[in-house]
Write a protein that binds this ligand. Structure first.
Ligand SMILES: [Zn+2]
Ligand SMILES: [Zn+2]
Length: 93
């Protein structure tokens, strides 16, 4: 998923300033009411980033039973700041 991250990684958001990065599927960015599914694995102290995807991606993920070329190709996970993620969550869930 792009550049290597460590637990202190930050990204600059034009609207929210310096923020912790998080990850969403490409559909959520501009979507509304698409559903909002978030990774529920135990938090990894070395990888404390939120990951979320839409209802369509969740369906593909369930069909595939894991993140693989098909489910990842559908989701096209992209980094986004945590402030933006909060707004996207409110718009899609
Ligand atoms: Zn999606
Ligand atoms: Zn932001």
């Amino acid at each position: 998923m792009g550049s290597p991250l460590n637990k202190d990684s930050k990204m600059e958001c034009a609207r929210h300033g310096l923020q912790k990065p998080s990850f969403i599927c490409k559909h959520l960015q501009y979507g509304e009411g698409l559903g909002f599914y978030e990774a529920t694995d135990d938090p990894d102290p070395e990888y404390p980033f939120r990951e979320a995807w839409c209802g369509d991606c969740d369906k593909v993920l369930l069909e595939q039973a894991e993140w693989n070329d098909i489910s990842e190709g559908n989701a096209q996970i992209m980094p986004i700041c945590e402030g933006c993620l909060t707004e996207i969550q409110a718009r899609n869930e």
